[in-house]
Unconditional design. Structure first.
Length: 152
């Protein structure tokens, strides 16, 4: 790969720009993969929250609150859940428990194959040690400025 600067030049580059550019490029790549399956990223998050739920599902408020906390999406999750229900991908019981329908489970299985491939494309030619080192540096930077980082 051709780098934009030598090491000394890179050391002077602003982390804000590079972390933003990496975020934008990788998220756009994942969103394009999901769009091929007719999914938005928030709807994908909901499907994933319901994947391991038992037959009784998970309480809607719990799912929405969890995702709002992780992804800083405000009240934007409610319409995403409603859309999944309208599409017949998620069922909501009278007690507001959500569960994947057969169609929702099948879509998630198709999408996971595509997202896994998109993730592998992002990681092409990046050894695990370099990836882990990069994340550790970012975590330290977040900690240094009193920020919070999401993890699962």
């Amino acid at each position: 790969m051709d780098y934009t600067h030598d090491d000394a030049g890179l050391a002077r580059q602003p982390i804000g720009y590079w972390s933003w550019a990496a975020h934008k490029a990788t998220v756009t790549h994942i969103q394009a993969a999901l769009a091929e399956q007719g999914l938005t990223q928030p709807r994908w998050w909901v499907l994933n929250q319901l994947t391991d739920a038992d037959e009784t599902g998970r309480v809607r408020e719990e799912v929405v609150t969890l995702l709002k906390g992780y992804f800083d999406v405000g009240d934007g999750m409610e319409p995403e859940v409603d859309s999944l229900i309208e599409q017949g991908l998620v069922a909501q019981a009278p007690d507001t428990r959500l569960r994947l329908t057969t169609e929702g489970r099948a879509l998630r299985e198709r999408a996971i194959v595509r997202v896994t491939r998109a993730s592998a494309e992002i990681h092409t030619d990046i050894p695990t040690e370099e990836y882990v080192a990069a994340l550790k540096v970012l975590q330290r930077m977040i900690h240094n400025v009193g920020g919070k980082a999401w993890h699962h």
